[in-house]
Design a protein around this ligand. Structure first.
Ligand code: BTN
Length: 277
């Protein structure tokens, strides 16, 4: 009984200092003057809140962050479970890209998030094509980029870069169906202010990347972090399943695969599961 009490005392519970705060982030930003941050305790989806702001003319680098989301959204119409302990952030970009190039935003963001996580002492942060971050075979982050194209020239009039990271999310917070799939970056070993530090580390890298780099500069790092290249995978495309070997990620970000019947082809989107980790 006394041992149980001792164990309970040693298990680190999220405390007030773990709460994400505007001041805590701004203090760590390299270019705090360019960002306009709004933080909510709770919202439906930060992407939806920011979309309204974008339509009303909000400037680039406006960011909406929530401590919890009630209707977090993921790719392919899925929901994104968003309990306290995670980072749920949407960032407004107004890039010189066509709507069809928005995958370059998602993948550059994936590299930025992976680097930011590693800057906090975590090793081997991988990326699963196209938008998921993995540590130890568990998904710790998903990215959803949504945008609106200008019909006159096909260019993006804005892009909403939505990033959801399980930072200090307790295992119990994940529903049963995600228990062996989702993970959190930190457990009881979380550094003080992990949420603010990670948020600032991500924003610093995103600013650097999107304000000056070429749209393809991140590709070699994106490829080198791939957890699927060289692996046998199952691809779900439009409800159909395809077994293949992932060979590479092409310059246009499509996935080069060799199917079971030895055909080499490229796919631009789909849901990948690794069958041999
Ligand atoms: C995915 O895993 O398919 C993408 C998940 C993206 C989740 C983030 S959390 C912040 C932003 N708001 C949302 O509703 N979704 C994105």
């Amino acid at each position: 009984m006394r041992i149980n009490n001792l164990e309970a005392a040693l298990i680190r519970k999220p405390s007030h200092s773990d709460l994400i705060s505007k001041d805590g982030i701004i203090d760590l930003l390299e270019h705090h003057e360019v960002f306009d941050l709004t933080i909510f305790d709770e919202t439906d989806s930060t992407n939806d809140v920011l979309k309204e702001m974008a339509k009303n003319g909000a400037p680039e680098w406006t960011a909406v962050i929530a401590r919890r989301q009630n209707r977090g959204r993921g790719r392919l119409g899925r929901s994104f479970v968003s309990p306290e302990g995670g980072l749920y952030m949407s960032l407004l970009l107004r890039p010189e890209l066509s709507a069809t190039e928005s995958l370059f935003i998602t993948t550059a963001a994936a590299v930025s998030v992976a680097e930011a996580i590693e800057s906090m002492g975590v090793k081997k942060v991988g990326i699963k094509w196209v938008n998921d971050i993995y540590i130890d075979n568990r998904k710790v982050c998903g990215i959803l980029t949504e945008g609106a194209a200008d019909p006159t020239n096909g260019r993006l009039s804005y892009a909403i870069l939505g990033i959801g990271v399980n930072v200090i999310t307790p295992d119990e917070a994940f529903p049963d169906e995600l228990k062996n799939k989702a993970g959190s970056i930190f457990g009881s070993d979380a550094p003080h202010d992990a949420l603010c530090s990670l948020t600032a580390a991500i924003l610093n890298r995103l600013y650097c990347r999107f304000s000056s780099h070429n749209k393809t500069d991140h590709l070699s790092e994106y490829r080198s972090r791939s957890v699927i290249v060289g692996k046998n995978v199952t691809l779900k495309i439009n409800g159909k399943e395809l077994r293949a070997k992932a060979l590479n990620i092409n310059d246009d970000l499509s996935l080069l695969i060799k199917t079971d019947d030895d055909n080499i082809t490229s796919v631009l989107s789909g849901d990948v599961t690794v069958t041999d980790f």
